[in-house]
Design a protein around this ligand. Structure first.
Ligand code: ATP
Ligand code: MEV
Length: 455
């Protein structure tokens, strides 16, 4: 098997990065009000296997989308990427794609999945473009061969930032492979951790430019940093994205309506309402802005992330979630399926619910009240599932990008266990992935380390 031929100098390793939800402020964000997004414990996992020196190939094995393609390293357009005026370094600040580099990648990205229908092929081409742009920018023609195997527990296209988490994984893996990242380490000086997270984040943004065209940067920032971020557009200038390093881990129910939505349609709806009822719409958008500011004040208050702080303030945070949903309903971006979720959850009184993201379908989140009965939650989950909703019990404020180097778990009293590529590829569903390699699932497993922002 290919894995057996790994060079001992470069062990098989794994990186992981979270998805996100918008907790406060969607839609108002379009009109320059702040929004808060937080990392969730649904994550992407990328296993990187180094091949023997004789195998001069790089293979992308993205299981969730069925992409499996191998390129010969020597046939990639290194000459275009290595021109002195084009050459970028791991520390370069890249905030736009170079059309000449994109053009050079195009035939290689378009070589994937030739036999598939156009719709599916487009998804593959997008992922391949992001990978090749990062690989050719950060790696070198002398690079050994690699296999990149990706699996994610984040549903794709549900507004949960799955593409950003994939890009954060790719960026972190490539930067680790060229040995430009140190740590993460508990004693790492805060400034060093900050620089490294930002480096991962910047290159992940480049990947997002390839997959999404015009990303805001919020998804890759929250995925790289973990916890939460505040995002604010600023007219024609670049938006500001500020990490909130003190966001606690809070249990959350994430419920997918499984009803497809278009962000653009929902944003247009609000624009239409604003055109016809300007003052009314402005006052709703201002209301959302105010409640987001109130949440921000709470989150950044001293001791908020302590156990005491959370129990003191959870009710306030929950109320803001409930009010935020009410405003979004007034803007016309809810959906009967989202209202059905809210109704079912409200009857159980287990927490506070709002739609998250653009609305019109997509997902809702429920922040749990303290001390909810497990049986009540299970009963609710059964009722939701019976009506065709998909449920994820997750955590808000999860860790950001992390690494398991080498990809071996040392379990107390049970010795060590190498992550087998075949087992990883075939782990059944999200539960299987989490049981095999999950971050935070087996708390007694040593190994996973996270870059953490302290400043
Ligand atoms: N698990 C995954 N494996 C491989 N590629 C992925 C995965 N998730 C997303 N992608 C890539 O990202 C592209 C964009 O994904 P899409 O915008 O539909 O989802 P998303 O990022 O989850 O959504 P959003 O940005 O609204 O949160 C996909 O076409 C695919 O190329
Ligand atoms: C609806 C919106 O506010 C969030 C969509 O995830 C749109 C945006 O901010 O670009």
């Amino acid at each position: 098997m290919e894995r057996k031929s790994s060079s001992p100098m470069a062990p098989t390793f794994m990186v992981s990065a979270p998805g996100k939800v918008i907790v406060f402020g969607e839609h108002a964000a379009v009109y320059d009000k702040p929004a808060i997004a937080a990392a969730i414990s649904l994550r992407s996992y990328l296993l990187v296997t180094t091949l023997s020196k004789s195998q001069r190939t790089v293979k992308l094995n993205f299981r969730d989308i069925g992409l499996d393609h191998t390129w010969k390293i020597d046939t990639l357009p290194w000459d275009v990427f290595q021109q002195p005026i084009k050459k970028k370094f791991y520390y370069s600040l890249v905030d736009s794609l170079d059309p000449e580099l994109l053009e050079a990648i195009k035939p290689h990205a378009e070589a994937v999945s030739k036999d598939l229908p156009e719709k599916q092929r487009k998804i593959h081409i997008r992922s391949a473009t992001a990978f090749l742009y990062l690989f050719l920018s950060l790696s070198s023609p002398e690079s050994p061969g690699f296999i990149y195997t990706l699996r994610s527990t984040i549903p794709i296209g549900a507004g949960l930032g799955s593409s950003a988490s994939v890009c954060v994984c790719l960026s972190a893996a490539l930067l680790l492979q060229i040995r430009t990242l140190a740590g993460p380490h508990p004693d790492q000086p805060p400034e060093e951790a900050e620089t490294q997270i930002e480096r991962i984040n910047r290159w992940a943004f480049v990947g997002e430019l390839c997959t999404h065209g015009d990303p805001s940067g919020i998804d890759n920032t929250v995925s790289a940093s973990g916890k939460a971020v505040v995002y604010q557009r600023n007219g024609a200038n670049a938006p500001t994205v500020t990490p909130l390093t003190k966001f606690p881990k809070l249990p959350l129910l994430l419920i997918d309506t499984q009803h497809a939505r278009s962000t653009a349609t929902q944003v247009d709806k609000v624009r239409g309402l604003r055109a016809n009822h300007e003052q009314l719409t402005e006052s709703i958008l201002n209301g959302i802005g105010q409640l987001t500011a109130s949440a921000l004040k709470l989150i950044t208050s001293p001791g908020f992330d302590s156990r005491d702080g959370i129990s003191r303030t959870l009710d306030h945070l929950g109320t803001l979630i409930r009010v935020n949903h009410g405003f979004l309903v007034s803007l016309g971006v809810s959906h009967p399926r989202l209202e059905r979720i809210r109704e079912l959850v409200d009857y159980t009184d287990i927490g506070w619910t709002k739609l998250t993201g653009a609305g019109g379908g997509g997902c809702a989140i429920t922040l749990f009240k303290p001390d909810v009965r497990e049986e009540t939650v299970q009963e609710l989950e059964r009722d939701l599932a019976a009506e065709g909703f998909r449920i994820y019990e997750t955590v808000l404020g999860a860790d950001g990008v992390g690494v398991l180097w080498p990809a071996v778990f040392r379990t107390e009293g049970e010795g060590s266990e190498e992550i087998d590529q075949e087992k990883f590829e075939n782990a059944p569903g999200a539960k299987g992935i989490e049981e095999l390699v999950g971050v935070g699932v087996h708390e007694n497993r040593e190994g996973w380390k996270f870059w953490t922002r302290y400043i």
